[in-house]
Design a protein around this ligand. Structure first.
Ligand code: ADQ
Length: 495
């Protein structure tokens, strides 16, 4: 079987994502290069270097224009140029309509089935279409240069639901595939979008040759939506495929993961280890326990639901007061949107009220950190935890669950995990909870707190073995190899 190492010989990979892998930022008279943190960029960057690919993304940095040529291209990484970053420029009103508007205020809540946050506006949809067209043209230009027969295009996420069909019309020979990082809703929810909008969106996604989701459930939801709203498509849920306009579109489950070794090493390294022991010294002395939680402050993550479960815990179990402290790391996110600002204040006021109600002179029940923390501290927090609460109301995968597992080098911690995460479908040894059921959630926390050390160790060891064997690099290789095999089959069929 072919491997990633010889992937480049077959033709260039053109990747499309909203966020760019390198951002140039002006600081006074100097220009700084920043690589956005995040698993995806760090996993894809080495692959792009090795395969001399082309990465198309929104040029969001304040010095991006002056560091790119007239077509928006720049060679990266700056200290060892090995692939091309093609930046696409967007005006502010487009960013607002496409990104904050249709992507984050309509598609995001709809796909997470949290319709109380769903807001549709025609002008946002108009921007989304215009921006998708702009990105499709940029990718088509790169594909023409690279040779449409040989290049493969890999699109990331819900910001680009229309690019596949646009691109297929522009360059019919091109092999196009897409990873959808969030859940996909069932037909009854998708139809909350105006008819013409969900029709265009589904037909947009059907421009792909392969469409990847985290779980089979999301893949089947997509197939069900196509069956319900695209009458001329023929679907096969058993074979996870769709026939549409004379082409076969494959759909599949490819659960994303993390760089396990990186997190494990961070937790074992001097800095991670000393941060973990400081935290334990401070919060987990004399048999007390430390709970940890890490999220972007997003309404999908169930942060208020988690805080209410903790409130109930200390109300119904007074014996646990002073015996367990929670560190809640909740970074502000998407603060341009009102729903997110409201959530940030709700989290702060819930934490304050719990601390006022239960706290004592020498015990603060919840320590709230509402900022981004560096990788060493993050690993230290994960390693120090006796339990980690992941309480998403819906979540495509949830990488925090996997990062906690990788950093639990002492095999002490229990993962309390919402059954509505993609991760819950993959990880067997967590304590599963339903965040909508406050009593059940609280009971799950009690189970975790009372779990004997040998059972914790057994469960954590099994989870660690599992994630160690399914890293982000395995994910990457499986997807790219599957796409390559389909591409070869298709070109064979054409001959
Ligand atoms: P997200 O919704 O962003 O991702 P998640 O998978 O949990 O959710 O990833 C969050 C990342 O941000 C983790 O790597 C975490 O360590 C980091 N992070 C969060 N808060 C932080 C803080 N305060 N300081 C430092 N780092 C912090 C979307 C989908 C998910 C899917 C991913 C990948 O919503 O379901 O798992 O994409 O496909």
């Amino acid at each position: 079987m072919a491997t990633l190492t010889d992937f480049a010989e077959h033709g260039p990979l053109i990747l499309l994502s909203n966020r760019e892998p390198y951002e140039h930022i002006r600081r006074g008279s100097t220009i700084e290069v920043r690589q956005p943190a995040g698993g995806l960029v760090s996993a894809l960057d080495p692959t792009m270097r090795r395969t001399s690919g082309i990465w198309v993304a929104w040029g969001s940095g304040s010095a991006d224009r002056e560091t790119s040529d007239e077509r928006g291209r720049v060679r990266v990484p700056p200290d060892d140029p090995s692939y091309t970053l093609h930046r696409v420029w967007l005006e502010d009103e487009h960013t607002e309509g496409y990104y904050q508007g249709f992507a984050n205020s309509a598609l995001w809540p709809l796909c997470h089935m949290l319709i109380q946050h769903f807001q549709f506006r025609s002008e946002h949809w108009k921007s989304y279409r215009a921006v998708n067209e702009r990105f499709a043209l940029a990718v088509a230009e790169e594909a023409d240069n690279a040779g449409a027969d040989r290049a493969m295009v890999w699109i990331h996420d819900y910001h680009f639901g229309l690019v596949p069909a646009m691109l297929h019309r522009l360059v019919p020979k091109l092999f196009i595939h897409q990873f959808w990082h969030i859940p996909f809703p069932p037909p009854d929810l998708l139809r909350l979008l105006p008819v013409q909008v969900h029709d265009t969106l589904l037909r947009g996604l059907l421009g792909n040759d392969l469409l990847e989701f985290h779980t089979e459930r999301y893949a089947v939801n997509f197939i069900d939506c196509v069956a319900a709203f695209v009458p001329e498509a023929r679907v096969s849920p058993e074979r996870l495929s769709i026939n549409y306009e004379g082409r076969t579109i494959s759909v599949g489950a490819f659960p994303i993961s993390i760089d396990f070794e990186r997190y494990e090493s961070l937790a074992l390294a001097e800095e991670g280890a000393s941060r973990a022991s400081l935290l334990r010294e401070r919060y987990a002395r004399d048999g007390r326990q430390l709970g940890v939680c890490v999220d972007r402050t997003d309404y999908t993550k169930g942060i208020p639901e988690r805080l209410r479960a903790l409130e109930l815990l200390w109300t119904e179990h007074p014996e646990l007061r002073s015996r367990v402290t929670f560190i809640v790391v909740a970074t502000p996110s998407r603060s341009e949107l009102e729903a997110y600002r409201t959530l940030e204040s709700e989290v702060v006021s819930l934490v304050m009220s719990i601390n006022e109600h239960f706290g004592t002179a020498d015990w603060t029940p919840i320590v709230l950190i509402n900022e981004n923390i560096d990788a060493e501290l993050l690993a230290g927090v994960y390693r120090a935890g006796d339990l980690c609460l992941v309480s998403s109301l819906q979540d495509g995968m949830n990488l925090v669950a996997k990062e906690f597992i990788a950093c639990q080098t002492d095999e002490r911690g229990v993962l309390v995990l919402s059954r509505f995460t993609g991760a819950a479908e993959e990880i067997d040894d967590a304590v599963l909870i339903n965040p909508f059921n406050v009593d059940g959630f609280m009971a799950g926390i009690v189970t975790a707190l009372r779990m004997p050390a040998d059972e914790r160790r057994r469960r954590m060891r099994r989870m660690r073995e599992r994630i160690r064997r399914a890293t982000i690099f395995d994910w990457l290789e499986t997807i790219l190899m599957r796409a390559r095999a389909l591409m070869e089959k298709r070109s064979g069929a054409r001959v």
